[in-house]
Design a binder for this molecule. Structure first.
Ligand code: 0GY
Length: 308
């Protein structure tokens, strides 16, 4: 039975809430990129943050999960919380084993803290190279962190923009863990899908079997926009060739997420129901959809629950 969604008072006050998606997610689907923010009074934002988000609590996230038809979440630490992972860990501990996390740690993190996060459900650490979001951290420090978390079986999530990939390529391909790229490395979708910029990204995945990609955030990458803005039936149509190419070329190394609550979205507030309805345009068969939404995230985040 589908649980009715009720908007928590104060949640995204400017926004009526997501539509019910028409696309029925496969059983066990995982929203593999979303956030919790604060609430700030309980879990303060980092002093070094570049933006202050709306509060977005674990209860609101879990209500959204149920409304859309997902079974589980992967909650990703965002820069506004810096390396203070308390809000994330609190959400994981209250998720009833239905959420895993990706934390941000610095080189001072202790083994006991890593172990504690692991027990809560953290399975990765995130390196953010987007200049408007994060200050520069030397590569040797990041490599040191990657070597610390590798024995726990964690992976590294990287966020960067396409124009920076040539400079980051050698660093990414030398990392000792699985590497998951956020939002396809933010391609410029006004450029050809088979042009040199995206070809470099595809080459990186083709030649390095430990590199995965989230085919998420059409709303951030699109120039054509959602139907409400472009007057078309197809949401975010200019992103489709990029995401679909990755889904069809690397069906076992792609993940998808809503990115709720969409920090720093300036053009429009996306409707998560519409985002879910975008999935069949990039993963057109039931087999691709199951791999993208169930098999791949389960293998990475709940391997103990995957049958042999
Ligand atoms: C996202 C994207 C953004 C923000 C962050 O860590 C962050 O603050 O990743 C962005 O502004 O593009 O995935 O949440």
């Amino acid at each position: 039975m589908t649980q009715e969604f009720t908007k928590t008072p104060g949640w995204l006050d400017w926004y009526d809430g997501p539509a019910k998606p028409r696309f029925k997610l496969p059983a066990g689907a995982v929203d593999a990129h979303c956030h919790v923010f604060g609430p700030g009074a309980q879990f303060p934002y980092a002093p070094e943050r570049k933006y202050t988000p709306c509060d977005a609590s674990k209860d609101q996230l879990f209500a959204l999960r149920d409304h859309l038809g997902f079974d589980k979440n992967v909650i990703v630490q965002a820069t506004c919380h810096g390396s203070d992972n308390r809000a994330l860990v609190d959400a994981l501990r209250h998720s009833n084993n239905r959420a895993r996390g990706v934390a941000t740690v610095n080189r001072n993190v202790t083994d006991a803290e890593l172990q504690d996060m692991h027990e809560a459900g953290v399975r990765g650490t995130r390196f953010n190279f987007v200049r408007r979001l994060a200050d520069f951290t030397p590569r040797e420090v990041l490599l040191e962190i990657a070597n610390r978390i590798a024995p726990l079986g964690w992976h590294v999530v990287v966020y960067f923009e396409a124009q920076d990939l040539p400079e980051l390529y050698d660093f990414f391909t030398a990392l000792p863990t699985t590497v998951v790229v956020d939002h396809m490395g933010r391609p410029d979708v006004s450029k050809p899908v088979d042009g040199p910029e995206f070809e470099l990204f595809v080459k990186m995945m083709r030649e390095h079997a430990n590199i995965w990609s989230k085919v998420s955030c059409p709303e951030r990458l699109s120039l054509s926009g959602p139907p409400a803005l472009n007057g078309e039936q197809n949401a975010y149509r200019d992103v489709v060739p990029f995401a679909r190419r990755l889904v069809e070329t690397f069906p076992d190394r792609v993940l998808w997420g809503t990115d709720w609550p969409h920090p720093n979205m300036k053009t429009h507030t996306p409707d998560e129901g519409q985002l879910v309805d975008f999935i069949p345009t990039i993963a057109p068969t039931a087999d691709l959809q199951r791999r993208l939404l169930v098999d791949n995230p389960m293998r990475l985040y709940w391997p103990e629950d995957v049958g042999s």
